[in-house]
Each structure stands twice: as structure tokens, then as C-alpha cells.
Write a protein that binds this ligand. Sequence first.
Ligand code: IVH
Length: 720
Amino acid sequence: MGRTFFLRGTRVSETSDVAVLTEDQARAELARLADAIARANTAYHTEDAPEISDAEYDALKRRNAEIEAAFPHLKRRDSPSDRVGAPVGETFAKVTHAVRMLSLANAFEDADVRDFDETVRRYLGLRDGDPVLKYTAEPKIDGLSLSLRYEGGRLIQAATRGDGETGENVTANALTIGDIPRDLDRAPDVLEVRGEVYMSHADFELLNTRQTEAGGKSFANPRNAAAGSLRQLDPGITRARPLRFFAYAWGEVSAPLGETQSGAIGRLKELGFQVNDLTETCAGPEEMLAHYARIEVQRATLGYDIDGVVYKVNDLDLQRRLGVRSTTPRWAIAHKFPAELAWTRLEKIEIQVGRTGALSPVARLAPVTVGGVVVSNATLHNEDYIAGRDANGDPIRGGKDIREGDWVQVYRAGDVIPKVADVDLSQRPDCATPYQFPQLCPECGSEAVREEGDAVRRCTGGIICPAQTVEKLKHFVGRAAFDIDGLGAKQVEMLYADETLPVREPADIFTLADRDRRNVSKLENRLGWGEKSANNLFEAIEEKRKIPLNRVIFALGIRHVGESAAALLAAHYTTWDAFEGAIAAAEVGAGPEWDDLIAIDGVGAVMAASLVTAFHQEAERASIDRLVAQLDVQDVAPRGNVDSPVAGKTVVFTGTLEKMTRAEAKARAEALGAKVSGSVSARTDLVVAGPGAGSKAKKAADLGVETIDEDTWLDLIGEA
Ligand code: IVH
């Protein structure tokens, strides 16, 4: 017998047995069930307001399946049995974080922790005699971070970290996690709670057993299992996976959670979140290190993975003063546990050629488990490392070289690529010979050279080297660059090798759909492709024609120009034309364009030279022009708050500042969009002079540059 439920006044399930239903009754009930299940899905997934319990929902689906089994010819084309959960796109919707999700700088040794404290104190202008600073110390959970946004006390959005600025909307999945409250009592009107989603060891074992029994793949470690489970398009699957959540931070809040880190975490606990009970407040680095040692001892018995201890300045006012760097706060650091080790046989040394032509030696290993993960590849860094010497020619590992056939020690720390650390000479086979590092590129045969002072040997083939070209393309479509859905490393390799629809340079990606249309040999007929996936790819490519300047600069894959450098350059030049014009006009080492380029905080001479050289290489330049002709490059706003009264101004600080240190003043000004310079010139907009200001204040007066004191400055930026 079924049960009867009412959903917004509609009767949705009959009490009668399926066997006694007439065909008309069955048809009518299937229609009602389809409607009820669709409504329940929408209420649950889209409106975040479920109206029936999980058990009731399951009963509806069961009843529907029973009737369909008895009357197969009545099964509806929109049958709920063919759908799981709410209709979802093929990927998650993107969410822009109201406050950036940061990552943490790392400390590996006790000395790094003492240095961290020292740097914080110096930044804040504290002196030797001043009291010790308080910090919280808590386990670093090895999971994935999640931001939960509550409005009016109700969870309205859950988002993964993504690149820190934009994450994925996983609200439906987060709602299946027991540790995540849906409603909060007496919470600030807007509250973003941040923390870590993780899986316990016991749940991980159970899940893997279940997966293996069902013929599915097992997960390498609890972190992967947690990530794989949270990022399921079907929340039904997430629900069946036992995920947990620890709260340890926050994003946007409409009212402060407390005056200290520990107070704010206490408040989150009162609101109903799980917070880690190994969190302690420590006075100064020695107490922090002692707590680290205690947590390290308990690590094995916690029942979940942690990979270090996180220290945070306790006073939230000081946290605010310390502020953030491009991706990490100045007020926190992660003290990582030592790497995990194992010994195994090095079977072969292979050379990979990267996007900048670097020849990177890779150790192919007999598979070995290192800290719960099976490792069969490890990096050997460069030819000196294999030979047993450092960049200065001094011996490392006591001068022992590494050979194919050697018994080697492998270690891994966190997510980084495993490394070969040591070699056991007593196990060396008699036939082992010293490794000869190739002098020619193994991919294109061009000469591979080492420049003075460079540890790396590089292929000189440039665009004629297929490995460099393919790696450049992979970088171009990567997550922090063009991030084109459906175009990953595998597809890039396939398209690079394609005879009729080749993609050999970035511009080719944007002409692909057009070439496909005009060609008899279509992408949809290639192995692994179909009409739908080909069209999806063309659409995904089309979407990325409009792209912010910083992504374009990063995507070019120019040596030394990483993601944060690209963002700095974009914020400085703001438009493609200004950027391109300046770099093309610049000459390495001299001239106004060069001076302007290296004056950007965070851009050094090496990076600048690499950028300018790339733009002066004819073939590379032509390829960039072909690409940009295909794009609609979006301007980028200058760094910092464009509404601030100092945005875009060049400011010089001089003399003694009394309310803040020089470093703090500079960081604050830059965060507000100002450029901070060390010397006064006609281009200076404002000089902030403290007591004892000498020649700079005089020069400012001579040049008629506005000069103000520290209090007026604080008033100007709204911090008085
Ligand atoms: S605080 C503003 N605390 O570690 C600081 N992070 O390596 C935000 N993590 O992205 C992070 N346990 O995913 C913080 N107790 C903890 C943590 C923690 C794990 C993760 C977090 C972060 C990553 C950085």
C-alpha cells in the first residue's frame, strides 16, 4: 500500500495498490506524480525550501516506478525515473565571491614561524620591548574550501573557492552535508562562513569499499573523495557521500563576529557550526610551536587528514591593518607537517619539454605508496640535481648522482609533485651508468642550451618545437587563462595533430568553428567527438572571445609572467592597446616605457625583459596579433578602489610616520589604487611628510607638489 501526501493542497499519491489501478487511474496518477516530483525538486534545489522530507520524496519516486513497472506503455516522456534531482547544466554555475577567497603562505620549519611573527611585528611597528602578539593555532584540514552565504539567517549560496575570485555554485550539494546548517538563529543579516569540506578516514574506507563492490573507481585519498563528492552534478550522489564541514573563517559580514579570531570562531560555534576543538590561542611563536608539536602527535588519531597547523593573528583590528597580498593574508601562515617518504626503484629517466622550452627530467618509478597516494612519477628538477650538485656547483646529497636503476627515496608534501630526494648507493646495480643529460631537444632535435646562471637547459626550437607549441596551447586553455569548457590537454593534443582542422596556435582555436563549417571533414566525426560535443565546444570557444585583459596577458605563456604578474600588468595598462603599445615600444634596460614597466610594484627586470623580448620576436608577435584580432579584450580597472580619493595618484611617503609603518602605509595606499613611489618628481601627485622629512619635502615644495601630514592623509583615506 502506498501513502498519501499533500503538496500545496494536491493529492500526490494514492493509497491503492498498483494492481487494482485501472489504466486511466494509472495515467492520471503518473501525471500527478511527475508534477509533484518536479515541484519537490524545484523547492529543494532551486528555491532552497524543501516542502517534503527525503523519505516522502523517495516514496513518491518509488510509487512512480511501481506504476511504470505495471504499465510500461504509460511511462511518460518526462518520466521522473529518468531524471535525478533538479535539471542541472553540464557544469556548475559560476559565483563571484563578494570577498576574495584567499590561500595561505607556508612555513616548513620552526625558524619560518619565528620569521613570520617577526615580519608581522615589524609591519605593525612593534618593538622588542612590546608585549608578545597573540595568535590562534589550529589544524589545517586537508579538504577543500567552501564559502557559505547566509542572508537573513538562511543559506542562499554555497560556492567552491575556484580561483579565489570566482568559484562554482554547489548550493544543492552543500545542503546535503549534515554539518552545514540551513538556517541560523540571530546571525548577522549577511554572513559568509568559510571552512573546509572533508571526509573522515572511516567514511572514506567505507565509500571506497562500496565503490569497488559496485565496480566503480576507488579514490586515492579522503581529499580527492571529498572533492569528487562535492563536485557532483547530481546532489543525490553527494547526499550518499558522508561529507563534513569545519568552519574557520568568514567572508562578507554585515556586522562583526567579534573582536578577535578566537571570539569570532566561538560565535560561529554558537551559531551551530562545527569548529575544530584543537584550536588554541597562543602568546608568541614559542607557544605556537609547542601547540604544533602537540597537534603533530595527535595527528594519527584524529580520524581525518590534516596537513599542518594554521596560525592567525588573533586581534581582528591588527588583521585588518596587516591586510592581504595578492592571494594570501599577511596575518596568517600554514605551518606544514614534514613531507612523507618512501623508497623505490627508479626505472627510467625521461625528459619532458615544457612551454618555455625547459627540458625537465622526470623519474619513472616502480609504483610506491607515499602517504596514502600511489606515486609512479617524480621530478628530478634539472641536470645538476641529477649529477648531485646545486646551482653553485657545490655537492648535494653528499655529491651522489642519480642513475637509472637506482634505489631512490621519494617524498611528497601536500599537492606538489613528488620529488626524488636521495639515493642508496649500496643498492646500485653494477651496470648502472651516469646519466647523460641530452644536449638536443628530444622532441624536435634543436639544440638545447643552458644560459649563464640558468639551472635549466632549454630547447631553442621555439615555435618549430611541437612540444613547446602544444604545452603553450595547453597553458592557453588552462583554468587561469582562457578556461574553455571541453578543451583540455587531451583535446589540445588531438587538435594539434589534426590534419584538416589543425590548432597550432591560439588564434586557430577561434577560427575552428568557421573552418569546421567550411570543411567536409568535421570535428563531430572524429573519434571521441559527436555533433553535441563539437557544437558545445564551438559555443564554449565563442563565449571566451570576450575576455579580460589580465587573462589574455597570462594566457600568452610568456616566461616569468605568471597569473599575479599578468593581473598587475593589466591593472597598470588597463587596455590591450595601451599594454601592447607600451611593450612594443619598450627597449630592454632603457627608455621611458621600460622605466614605466619596471616601476610597477611586483614587476622586476627579469620579467620585464622576458615580456619585451617576446613582443620583439617577429613570429611570436605575429601570432599574438592574429590572436588579438579574434578577440574582444575587456579593459581592466586600475588596482584598488577606483572610487577612492587617491586612486590613480602617485604618492610619496617621507619622514617618520607615527601611526603606521612605511610598509603598511604603502600597502594601504596601493590597495586604494594609488601608486607609491620612492622619489619626488613632476609626476608626483601627493607627498605625505612626517616629522624629519628632509630633501623630498623640499623638492616637493620646489615643484609645487601638494604636501600633507600623516593625519591629513588618514583623513583623506577615511581612516582618521
Ligand atoms: S584560513 C584567509 N584555516 O588551506 C585565510 N585555511 O593552503 C583563509 N585550510 O585555502 C584560510 N584548514 O582551504 C584556514 N584552519 C584553516 C584551514 C585552512 C585548511 C585550507 C583552506 C585554504 C588552504 C590554504
